[in-house]
Design a protein around this ligand. Structure first.
Ligand code: FDA
Length: 516
């Protein structure tokens, strides 16, 4: 019985440890299901038909991970590492392969040590970005870390896949600001930047950590921000000229000063007065300065939008992330560290996809898209456009595995979500997002059609089931989309550090047998 063998192996490796009960949850444990669901963000992968692991290990110490890796290798059990559980396809806690697997959940490894004098932080992978922002804010209001929006997102997945937020135009991605890391490799060794070497250190900053080992902790470079920043939101419906504004935004947002972050969320609402369906665009800003500076700046650069002081609020940069998450102004700061507080963008049944835009989309292109938003399945769909440019244009494509740099005006994320009782008809919603994605083909990046690994989408391709050595040709299909030419370097690193392909999943980098 694989679970029993696993427990036996773990208890031998961990010594006569009574802590096994504290660390390991098998399917017989009454808390198994709640622990498994605890951080799972996409409810599509928490249904009774979702394959579950033999066990969940919740390590308290690196040695617990080393023991788990040893036992899983010995018994041929696959490992899924989970930090914050936000993987869009649930790859950190389930698998479509019919194989025995185990989840290492880093929820207990979440310390954050901030060094204000040196402007650095050591943070364990199981911490959330909200916890990171909060701990930094407690020590300094004028330092922070340039990561994403979504306070429950885990650092393990976020940093190893890239990570952008409202500071990427000024400071680059979260992964661009990592200066050291500690990783447990397939042999159970703990490696830092020096001992892992620059190739592996390069790979885990954007190439997805899950292919290479288990990242325990990261050393991050903190960046300066003003004590107060300005956050604003302007909403315009189609009747209020949204098509022209979204179209115009494409020519402006990526060229604005690096201190301005600008995104658009497109969704559908029903008017409470006459029940009329409306497509609307919410323009949001975070500006590293005051309201008095921003409003005249936008009057000059984007007068059509009509930004006024009343649309804007000043707050700390950490709080501006809660604002972007749609929490109300004045929500307690502790929301950042509250893993159970749900924002409108978390914990739901959903399917998402991504695109990169290099040429402005014509107005007619958007008009066709609005038609899709009028379809029934789009009742709570959202399309998010976030401007790139600035520092993102200055970092070479090869600097990290994340290749979507100069030449990209903005990134798009499409997301469709539905209620629990509608999950039986999930294909209907999945069909909608596929139709939108097809419709967008002429307007977005081509050869390859690029995608963002942190917005994981297994419909762009997967590895073959149980192909021990992986298949380069199969993986290239999705690999070029996420990494462009960096894919080949990732394959070389993988071949060097994990030639037997122990750390693998549906979209892990394959080793190349002929290179051994
Ligand atoms: P999770 O634990 O599910 O892991 C994701 C992947 O990384 C899995 O393959 C997993 O095995 C691997 N992994 C996790 N920890 C690891 C470790 N320690 N070592 C090795 N591999 C590890 N993105 C963005 O760039 N900007 C944003 O603003 C947002 N906002 C956002 C909001 C919400 C609500 C969601 C659901 C998602 C986002 N994202 C995002 C996407 C997010 O960056 C992406 O899903 C991350 O991979 C999530 O990291 P977690 O650790 O939470 O995921």
């Amino acid at each position: 019985h694989p679970a029993r063998e696993l427990l036996h192996c773990l208890s031998l490796r961990l010594g006569n440890s009574s802590s096994i009960a504290e660390l390991v949850y098998t399917r017989h444990n009454s808390s198994f299901s709640s622990v498994l669901k605890s951080s799972a963000q996409n409810f599509r992968f928490t249904t009774p038909s979702t394959p579950t692991p033999l066990a969940i290990v919740t390590p308290l110490h690196a040695s617990h991970i080393q023991a788990t890796v040893y036992c899983c290798r010995k018994l041929g059990v696959q490992v899924r590492t989970r930090s914050g559980g936000h993987d869009y396809e649930g790859l950190s806690y389930t698998t479509t392969y019919k194989v025995p697997f185990l989840v290492i959940d880093l929820v207990n490894l979440r310390s954050v040590q901030v060094n204000v004098e040196k402007a650095t932080t050591w943070v364990e992978s199981g911490a959330t970005i909200g916890e990171l922002y909060y701990e930094i804010l407690l020590k300094s209001r004028t330092l922070t870390f340039p990561a994403g929006v979504g306070h429950t997102v885990g650092l393990g997945g976020h940093l190893s896949g890239g990570g952008y937020g409202s500071l990427h135009r000024k400071y680059g991605l979260a992964a661009d600001n990592v200066i050291d890391a500690r990783l447990i490799d397939v042999k159970g060794r703990i490696l830092d930047r020096k001992s892992m070497g620059e190739d592996l250190f390069w790979a885990i900053r954007g190439g997805g950590g899950a292919s290479f080992g288990i990242v325990l902790a990261w050393k991050l470079k903190l960046v300066p921000v003003p004590a107060n920043v300005t956050a604003c939101r302007v909403t315009r419906t189609l009747e209020q000229n949204a098509t022209k504004l979204v179209h115009r935004w494409q020519y402006i947002a990526h060229k604005l000063h690096k201190d301005i972050h600008m995104g658009i969320a497109i969704s559908r609402v029903t008017s409470s007065e006459d029940e009329k369906m409306m497509v609307r665009a919410d323009f949001s800003f975070v500006f590293l300065g005051s309201i008095h500076e921003l409003v005249p700046l936008m009057e000059e650069k984007f007068p059509e939008l009509g930004l006024v002081k009343a649309d804007c609020f000043e707050m700390s940069w950490a709080e501006s992330n809660l604002y972007l998450e749609h929490f109300p102004i004045g929500v307690p700061l502790e929301t950042l560290i509250d893993r159970s507080s749900k924002s409108p963008i978390s914990k739901m049944f959903f399917k998402a996809k991504s695109d990169f835009v290099k040429q402005p989309i014509p107005e007619t292109g958007f008009e066709g898209l609005w038609g899709k938003f009028h379809e029934e399945e789009a009742k709570s769909a959202v399309m998010q456009l976030v401007a790139y440019g600035g520092k993102m244009d200055e970092i070479p494509e090869t600097e990290t595995p994340f290749p979507h740099r100069a030449g990209n005006l903005y990134i798009i994320m499409y997301l469709v979500n539905w209620e629990e009782e509608e999950n039986i008809n999930s294909e209907k919603f999945m069909g909608w997002i596929r139709r939108v994605y097809n419709y967008m083909t002429p307007f977005v990046s081509k050869s390859p059609r690029e995608a963002y690994i942190n917005y994981r989408d297994i419909e762009i391709g997967t590895n073959k089931i149980n192909n021990d050595k992986g298949s380069y040709a199969q993986a290239r299909i999705w690999g070029l989309k996420y990494f462009k030419n960096n894919f080949n370097r990732l394959v070389h690193v993988k071949t060097k550090v994990d030639p037997e392909n122990f750390f693998r999943n549906e979209q892990s980098i394959p080793p190349l047998p002929c290179l051994l």
